[in-house]
Ligand binder design. Structure first.
Ligand code: NDP
Length: 450
């Protein structure tokens, strides 16, 4: 049977565009459909605009520090509309680069929604039916907001980049990556931030690291309340009135929900093609990103494995090499380093101390101190460097860093950890002085054994 294409990719985000470009490079005839904007969540309403907002939000602290170093400087007022205009222009620029990358690779891009109408067929929103040897589902996820009276009054992370004006008082609900990052960003931009979560913040991350982050978020002015659940939100004349399960009430100009994300599979036609979905609507795939329907594959957040851009990119690349490049390789989900762009930043790879305690046979090395730069400026802020080491093999099993630029640091440490470096190999690496990172190669004695 002849098909219109060898591969049809649904979704122009990180995983989809990488898979399409590499497959086309391997000689496949490839098409891709995107219903919104090329680049997906990461570029259009996630990592990229978020990181630019992080940069904007850290300026007042940098200026305060500059004053402590002898400069006369004043942050003045933040021009949100001015910043947003530049942000929009930057996203337009990046979107154009993503589109060009597809076109240069020979990928045909359809700017409309596509749904799966059979194991080898997709249907475009305009009704066109296209046959294809393989389908790759790379449609990502969308914010999840629980149902309760007034839930339609809240914003999600999708809305924050489009605000005309910044609210004066915001409530952020959730305790994961997105909630904590936006709590810090908006606090830095001068918004009065309150954060509610049903459990402790950053659950699942190393406990000592997240305690330090929460302490410093509070010291920086974020008003954090855990074990709180909202039961109702009402619109009053000037604001939103929030009522919680424990009876507390408060008023805010805006409420942002960051309570997780849901795979974007609703109405995609996957059930009609016989593709198995999980409880949360995620596409069930094996290590090759292949579904139970052999011609249909899925990568990225829609599979709800590790929901990070670089992971989606690697899954898309591995798929393309396997199916079209005669270089079969499964996706590798071991020892993925990541960063939470809170203030202070958090970089992490491998097992947490809690996991080490459960596993046993481990040593924990910790160094926590006031770094030279901020301590000279009179700040009490601390950093934390932690290594978890297997007592038997001496391999470093986990590293957790709470510090300025921890994301940059963990990227480098991640290489050593992925290579299986031992504590003694860390120690054999000469320190770079004076840096914060030198602590990672100079910690002599374990503070805890399991
Ligand atoms: P997370 O899964 O990280 O956090 C969700 C938070 O919402 C948790 O604190 C959770 O509490 C709470 N929650 C979940 N359901 C409910 C509910 N029904 N009612 C009240 N609270 C609830 O999701 P995010 O939305 O923060 O981020 C989504 C994903 O995006 C992340 O998993 C991450 O993979 C990715 N991401 C990565 C970033 C990075 O790499 N820097 C940045 C942003 C996003 P509990 O702990 O009790 O479950």
């Amino acid at each position: 049977m002849s098909f219109d294409y060898d591969l049809f990719v649904i979704g122009g985000g990180s995983g989809g565009v990488r898979a399409a470009r590499i497959s086309a490079g391997h000689g496949a005839r490839v098409a891709l459909a995107e219903e919104y904007r090329m680049g997906g969540t990461c570029v259009i309403r996630g990592c990229v605009p978020k990181k630019l907002m992080v940069f904007a939000s850290t300026a007042p602290a940098a200026i305060e520090e500059a004053r402590a170093y002898g400069w006369s400087a004043d942050a003045g007022q933040f021009d949100w509309p001015g910043f947003r205009g530049k942000l929009d222009a930057e996203l337009d620029r990046l979107e154009a680069i993503y589109r060009k990358g597809q076109e240069n690779a020979g990928v045909k891009v359809f700017d409309q929604r596509a749904t799966v109408s059979g194991p080898h067929e997709v249907t475009l929103a305009d009704g066109t039916k296209i046959t294809t040897k393989h389908i790759l589902v790379a449609v990502g996820g969308r914010p999840f907001v629980p149902e309760f009276p007034g839930c339609d009054l809240v914003m999600t992370s999708n809305d924050i980049f489009k605000l005309d004006i910044l609210p004066q008082r915001i409530l952020i609900v959730g305790g994961g990556y997105i909630a904590c990052e936006f709590a810090c960003i908006l606090n830095g931009l001068g918004v009065q931030v309150t954060q509610y979560n049903r459990s402790p913040l950053l659950r699942g991350f190393d406990g000592e690291a997240r305690d330090l982050i929460v302490d410093q978020m509070q010291a920086n002015g974020v008003d954090i309340h855990t074990h709180v659940v909202i039961t109702e939100i009402e619109k009053t004349e000037n604001c939103l009135k929030v009522t919680c399960g424990d009876g507390r009430e408060d008023e805010f100009d805006a409420v942002l929900y960051a309570t997780g994300r849901t795979p974007n599979t609703e109405g995609l036609g996957l059930e009609t093609a016989g593709v198995e979905l999980g409880e949360r609507g995620e596409v069930m795939v094996d290590e090759w990103s292949q579904t139970n329907v052999p011609s249909i594959f899925a990568v990225g957040d829609v599979t709800d494995r590790i929901n990070l851009t670089p992971v989606a990119i690697r899954e898309g690349h591995a798929f393309a090499d396997t199916v079209f490049g005669a270089n079969a390789r499964p996706s590798d989900h071991e020892l993925v380093a990541s960063a939470v762009f809170t203030q202070p930043e958090f970089g992490t790879v491998g097992i947490t101390e809690e996991e080490a305690e459960e596993r046993g046979n481990a040593e924990v090395y910790v160094s926590s101190f006031r770094p030279m730069r901020s301590s000279f400026a009179g700040s009490d802020a601390r950093v934390l460097m932690k290594l978890i080491v297997c007592r038997e093999t001496r391999c470093v099993l986990g590293c957790h860093i709470v510090a300025p630029e921890a994301g940059e640091l963990i990227q480098m440490v991640g290489i050593a950890v992925k290579m299986g470096a031992t504590k003694e190999q860390f120690d054999a690496t000469c320190a770079v002085h004076p840096t914060m990172g030198e602590e990672l190669v100079t910690m002599r004695n374990p503070v805890r054994h399991y």
